[in-house]
Design a protein around this ligand. Structure first.
Ligand code: ADP
Length: 340
């Protein structure tokens, strides 16, 4: 049955606009139709010729086997892409009149999937380390009848339990930041930096590294508790990585906040061990540490900066670092300031 002209025209227009790539080939091998998405998907890859060849082969295969075939193509080029191609014969009364192929760009979906499985693998590994240690310590505790040793082992078990608690707390903070945008209230940055400093009193006491605070009242829209978490994470690092340097008379860490036109700025500056240049881009990634063994032993979860970055981005801001290895680091948060 012939399709009336207006109907054929509207089907053609709809296919042309479809976000999925569509290619139709006649039974004799003639290319009857290719929509814009198909052209764009193949042209956007560095390996246009490879994609076109694989597409043609798949169409031929579907036609010869007279059944749908599906293949995923991984392109490794400068920007890797994943395409899924499905080719299926177009059935008519007694024979196939040609083949249609659909091309879908799975690049972002497969990136999300691989990030998710990396994350689960990392989180499990991080949790397994203190769990394994607790198991060994508990075995040693069972095997000893020396009270002095027992006390020492119990304290170590407590330390490992604290580390697991910190990790789980950080994982929950991260999940919260990744899932929900913060509720928005006017927040004064003096309250944020003040709360963050108060949270770290104990660390200041135990390390002997003091914190200099200065702020001029500037308001942003956001969630005070989450902003405090971000600043406290930066401050904790600043103190920790100043202490790691082991200077006889360590310089204080500085936290300051002020307004620059429409931007509210918070800076956390230390004169600690600093971060080598080639690590600076990566430290905001989940579980990334400059010195894996040492930082894990010092009790870090490797999630602090990633949480801080999420909080800042959820507040429509940006976070950056300037650091010189051996001399110290300055972390800077910029947020949109509220009108005065
Ligand atoms: P961690 O819990 O290991 O501190 P973070 O996500 O907070 O994890 O930081 C990631 C890594 O960045 C740290 O392991 C450390 O190597 C480096 N880093 C962060 N802040 C500082 C700093 N102020 N000085 C030196 N190194 C830092």
């Amino acid at each position: 049955m012939a399709v009336p002209d207006s109907k054929a025209a509207s089907i053609r227009a709809a296919a042309a606009m479809a976000p999925l790539g569509i290619v139709i080939q006649s039974a004799s091998g003639e290319r009857l139709f290719e929509n814009e998405a198909a052209a764009a998907l193949t042209a956007a890859t560095a390996d246009v010729a490879v994609v076109r060849l694989r597409l043609r082969n798949l169409i031929t295969e579907a036609q010869q086997r007279n059944e749908p075939v599906e293949r995923q193509i991984e392109l490794h080029g400068p920007s890797p892409r994943t395409l899924a191609i499905q080719a299926m014969p177009l059935p008519a009364e007694d024979a196939s009149i040609g083949t249609v192929a659909f091309i879908e760009d799975l690049t972002s979906a497969s990136r999300v999937n691989s990030m998710r499985s990396d994350f689960i693998a990392n989180a499990s590994h991080e949790l397994k380390t203190p769990l394994g240690a607790m198991r060994l310590l508990a075995d040693a505790l069972l095997a000893t009848d020396r009270p002095d040793l027992s006390r020492d082992l119990v304290q170590k078990i407590q330390g490992e339990a604290e580390r697991m608690t910190r990790l789980v707390d950080d994982l929950l903070d991260l999940a919260l930041e990744e899932e929900a945008a913060p509720d928005s209230q006017p927040v004064d940055l003096c309250d944020v930096v003040g709360d963050a400093v108060a949270q770290l009193e104990l660390l200041v006491e135990t390390t002997g590294i003091s914190v200099d605070l200065s702020c001029s009242s500037t308001r942003v829209a956001g969630n005070r508790r989450r902003l405090v978490t971000a600043v406290a994470n930066l401050l904790e690092n600043a103190i920790k990585y100043t202490a790691t340097k082991g200077a006889a008379d360590p310089e204080p860490v500085a936290v300051r906040s002020w307004r620059e036109g429409k931007v509210a700025v918070i800076e956390v500056e230390d004169h600690g061990i600093g971060i080598p240049g080639h690590h600076q881009d990566r430290i905001f990634e989940r579980f990334y540490r400059v010195d894996r063994g040492r930082n894990r032993a010092s009790g870090g979860t490797g999630l602090g900066l990633s949480i801080a970055r999420h909080v800042v981005e959820n507040h429509h801001g940006k976070i950056s670092v300037e650091s010189v290895s051996g001399s110290g680091s300055t972390f800077r948060i910029e947020l949109p300031a509220l009108e005065e």
